[in-house]
Design a protein around this ligand. Structure first.
Ligand SMILES: C[S@@+](CC[C@H](N)C(=O)[O-])C[C@H]1O[C@@H](n2cnc3c(N)ncnc32)[C@H](O)[C@@H]1O
Length: 218
């Protein structure tokens, strides 16, 4: 199939199956190949608009799990009950409405700053949002947890992988079929978070076994 037809194929499939965008298939393919989402997981989805990854998270974590999305943009209502989208900057999950007591099993980042068309500039911008995603892990990702982040390949890719390997036991890039072949987009899958460095300020009070507090408007 030609590149355009492949793109149209995933867009048609998304429409047919009720997903908000074709990006849903990227997360499904990542999860099918790399097993990142489990029933009962608490998942933080950075850059969640329009919400198709949250739709997939909802199905895969089931009723006992939850997805918490953050985006600079407002996400339209109508998402399933076990996921929520909050408006805010991924730099500050608490400011966006994530309870201070949360510790996530999985952090996802499909974040992409606005692109310029310059391959180098767009690459370095994508690296900066990956650094943002890694920076919030000490505070929000549980030891042993998983981080998935999108990056546009380029000169700083190897350094990003090396940085991720310091923090995670297993780090591998993966390109789902639903990503355009011509695009430099690739996903870094990092399993087995080693935990925060010793100088990280302590997280809020741990949730004592039960479900985390539910924000208003859930
Ligand atoms: C490719 S879209 C995400 C698609 C989403 N995964 C889905 O399946 O519907 C990238 C998103 O990243 C968001 N974004 C970029 N930088 C961000 C930041 N610092 N904080 C929150 N969201 C950000 C953009 O607003 C945009 O909506």
């Amino acid at each position: 199939m030609a590149e355009r037809e492949i793109h149209d194929h995933w867009s048609r499939e998304a429409k047919r199956k009720g997903y908000r965008s074709r990006a849903a298939f990227k997360l499904m393919q990542i999860d099918d190949r790399r097993g990142i989402l489990k029933k009962g997981d608490q998942v933080l989805d950075l850059g969640c608009a329009p919400g198709s990854w949250l739709q997939v998270v909802s199905q895969r974590v089931g009723a006992s799990g939850r997805g918490w999305g953050i985006d600079l943009k407002v996400v339209a209502s109508g998402l399933p009950d076990n996921v929520i989208a909050m408006e805010g900057n991924a730099e500050d999950p608490e400011g966006a409405g994530v309870p201070a007591s949360m510790l996530f099993d999985v952090v996802l980042s499909d974040m992409m700053p606005s692109t310029t068309g310059s391959r180098d500039t767009d690459h370095f911008r994508s690296i900066s949002v990956c650094e943002l995603a890694m920076d919030i892990c000490p505070r929000w990702l549980r030891p042993g947890g998983t981080l998935v982040m999108k990056v546009l390949e380029g000169a700083a890719m190897q350094q990003l992988l090396a940085d991720a390997r310091k923090q995670f036991e297993k780090v591998k890039p993966f390109k789902p079929d639903a990503s355009r072949k011509e695009s430099t987009e690739i996903f870094v899958i990092a399993h087995g978070y080693r935990g925060p460095p010793v100088d990280t300020p302590p997280a809020g009070p741990p949730t004592a076994g039960g479900p985390p507090p539910v924000p208003e408007g859930w």
